[in-house]
Design a protein around this ligand. Structure first.
Ligand code: SF4
Length: 243
């Protein structure tokens, strides 16, 4: 999956899903959304519908990382691989990111960088998500020699989403397929670059989202037809269309 901003006066967010084998655009959309996270499931679902497959695999860049959307995809039979976003308040402040706390499934606890155990203490609801909260005793953090790298509070608390095991599994799968993101990038860059070259510096000729969507659909149709001609040849393609 790929997004790109286009448009001279209004910025339009163009999303495309491209199949890795034939480099055909199997789904696309144009929105005014400033971020991509909420587009993962709608676009992946559209690609699944177009391909008429119960199960598909989707590679997306980290801009699409959102736990709820990833879960929606898996629930629908869409295996997604999306790298985690690398932003967090702790990381920005130069302190330990949650990533350096190791979750231990057998004991349902976290191991912190100082080797201490953070036990599960209570459950809370945050922005509609059920979160488990883990921490160790105040005295443990107070006496920790690396506390200044960890927290400015009296103790460090780690929050875990109730479906975070799904995100952990996806992370492990990504580690097993280190070329996933280069495959994604090689797959989507060609169609996106081709469309941008066709459209020129002015990008969309039309105005308003409804019209821009139509214009984009025509570009995608032209791209896919040209691609099919080069894959199948003009005559077999014409015969296939007639059939
Ligand atoms: S401050 Fe607490 S959680 Fe953080 S490293 Fe030290 S003991 Fe672990």
């Amino acid at each position: 999956m790929k997004k790109g901003g286009m448009g001279s006066q209004v910025s339009y967010n163009v999303q495309t899903a491209v199949d890795t084998r034939h480099k055909l655009i199997v789904a696309h959309d144009v929105t005014n959304a400033a971020v991509d996270r909420n587009q993962l499931f709608p676009l992946a679902g559209l690609a699944q519908h177009t391909l008429q497959q119960d199960e598909i695999k989707v590679l997306a860049d980290r801009g699409y990382y959102k736990g709820e959307a990833i879960k929606d995809c898996y629930d629908a039979g869409i295996e997604v691989l999306v790298p985690k976003t690398l932003t967090s308040n702790s990381r920005a402040a130069g302190r330990f990111d949650k990533e350096v706390f190791h979750y231990e499934e057998e004991t349902d606890s976290y191991r912190c960088p100082a080797g201490e155990t953070l036990q599960r203490r209570f459950t809370t609801l945050e922005k509609g998500k059920v979160m488990q909260v883990y921490f160790s005793a105040v005295s443990v953090c107070r006496n920790c020699s690396i506390k200044s790298q960890c927290t400015t509070s009296i103790q460090r608390k780690i929050r875990r989403w109730e479906h975070e095991d799904l995100l952990d599994s996806m992370e492990q799968e990504l580690r097993k397929t280190p070329d996933a993101m280069s495959v994604r990038s090689q797959t989507v860059e060609h169609p996106f670059g081709t469309l941008k070259a066709w459209m020129g510096s002015t990008h969309f000729l039309t105005r308003r989202l409804k019209n821009v969507r139509t214009e984009m659909s025509l570009h995608v149709l032209a791209y896919n037809l040209r691609r099919m001609m080069s894959i199948m040849g003009v005559v077999p393609l014409m015969e296939a269309i007639r059939a």
